[in-house]
Structure formats: C-alpha cells, structure tokens
Design a protein around this ligand. Sequence first.
Ligand code: KG4
Ligand code: ZN
Length: 342
Amino acid sequence: MNSKDCLTLGIETSCDETSAAVLSEGRRILSNVIATQIPIHQKYGGVVPEIASRNHILSIMPVIDEAIKEAGIGKSDISQIAVTFGPGLAGALLTGVSAAKALAYSLDVPLIGVNHLEGHIFANFLATPDLEPPFMALVVSGGHTSLVRVDDYEKFSLWGETRDDAAGEAFDKVARVMGLAYPGGPSIDRLAKEGDESAIDFPRALMTDGNYDFSFSGLKSAVLNYLNGMKMKNLPINKADVAASFQRAVVEVLVHKAIDGVKKSGLDTLVMAGGVAANSALNKRLLEETSRRGINFYFPGAKLCTDNAAMIACRGYYMSLAGEFADWGLNAVPNLNLIGRG
Ligand code: KG4
Ligand code: ZN
C-alpha cells in the first residue's frame, strides 16, 4: 500500500448483515468484515426489522473497528467513507448512515451515499479486476430483480425489473412454505440437487423476446397451489422435485431475459450481481449459454455476491472520482430504486 493511496471505508447495514470494509483505491480489498444475523432471524423464518436494527446497533462499531484493524491501518488513515443509504429496511439503514456520518464528521473526511443495488453490480469490479464497462448486468437479490445496461461507471439504464416478487423473495417464500430453513435460496439450491427438475411444469411469466420485466408471484402461487393440491389429495410430496422444478422455472426466465438483453444491447459481456447470483443452477446455465454464444460472463464469488461492505466501498470510490459526495443531510431511503443515470 502506498501512503498516497485512497482508502475508502465502506459500511453496509441495509438488511441482515452488518459489514464494514476497507478498500485501497478502487479494487484492492484490505478487509471485508461481515457479521451476519442469519442465525438470529432463522427461528422467525425471515428478517424481523426491529431485531435487525437492534443487532446492527450492537455490531456496527465493533465491525468497523475490526475492518480497520484487519486492514492494518488506523482510523486517521481513512480517506473517505461510503455507506449504503437505500434500498433496505429503514431502521437498519439508519444505523449505518448515522455511524458513517458521525465517523466522517469526526475524522473530517468526505461522506458518500451509495445505492445498495449499484454496490451489488460493482462487486464484479472487485471479483474481476480488469472488468470495465460497458456490459449488461443481471441484478438478482432478495428485494430486487433487474436487468441493467452499464455504459460507464456513472451511466446506467434500467431495461427491466420485477413487477411483483424479486427472485430471491420467491426462493425465500417457497422455501418457507416447504418448511426449509431461512434464507430459502441456499436451502432450495441444496435440495434441488437431489430432485428432478422436469418433474413438475411450473409457469414462466413474460417470456416474449424484448420484454425485460420479470414476474415471479404467479410462479410462487403455482408452487403453493401444487403443494396444497397434493396435501388435499393426501398424495406424498417430493420436496426435492418441487425445489428443482421451481428453481428451473426461475433460472430459465433469468437466463432467457439476460441472454436476450445482451443480444439486443450489442454488447459482449454479462455480469451477474446480488445474493441469488450464488445459485449453482443459475451459474451453470449462464456459463453454458454465454460460452455457447461467445459472451463474456462474470459473477462475484459467494462472499462478494451477498451483502458486504467491500462492494459499497467500491461503488463509493468510483462516485468519489465523479465528485458525487453526500452532505450531512444524508438520510436513509428505504425504497430507493435503481434509476437510470447519465
Ligand atoms: O443480495 P442479498 O444478500 O440481499 C439483498 O440485497 O436482498 O440477497 C439475499 C437473497 C435471499 O433471498 C437469498 O435467499 C438469496 O439471495 N440467495 C440465493 C442463494 N444464496 C442466497 N438464492 C438462490 N440460490 C442461492 N444459492
Ligand atoms: Zn443486497
């Protein structure tokens, strides 16, 4: 590390992970500490917002201290602080925003407000150091499903998004009714490996070419109806088959739209972002489909695709290059969207 390097402290508290990270310049991770609350929320079958806020409050300062220590720096070495200000849970976001503001004020360093979804996309710059825009990005998280064209570090356009449930939300809800552990995505991913993905024909919505919006609530209802129907008829349910067939329906929709979008864009690169990008079937199918068509395909590994502060620091670093700093009025914006920029 050069003494003139820009050191960005990233802070992320939008949902159920309290995370802090230090980046040197835009892409070198010096630390990325993640305190997950998953075991705390597991017994409720999903994230309980009040409990999430309380645990963020307990963890935020120790996590920041740990990130600074692991990076081998002191607080006074920090050049700037980037924090997620939306979208996410209001109380959870406020914890991170307040900590970031207090720290930036006391250290007299600039503050940067980061859109969590942009952070997910930027995780790819950390995972693939020579990746540069332009590319298409498939953002698949617990709260969002979007297809985004990224022309430049500051120029995004939203091509389509979900009209109802996000892909991760569908995984979580279907897992919940099947009695699988929260978060549902990894549980379904694991169980699906033992099932037959063509056992049940679940619907795929909005599949016409050129339509980049998503809809997963019909699929979720179809799975619920199937489970209820089998129960009423006293027929045995093969949960692995249900998991595999449901997952296949989600994956087919995501793959179809992502590939169609890349073709339409005229670009040659696709990146994937967000927690659902950890899904093994989705990775496998996208790898096959992109390599068959000569499309470059990148996704951040498991640690960088779920919520973490390194991706927030990365997004914040590029915002700082563009002079996009926040003022002390920065507030949490729970329903912040990934809107077109540039
Ligand atoms: O991006 P993320 O960590 O948080 C949000 O910003 O929402 O995404 C969490 C979502 C959850 O819905 C979780 O079930 C899903 O990502 N997820 C997965 C897998 N791992 C996490 N979904 C499918 N397969 C996985 N392996
Ligand atoms: Zn996220």
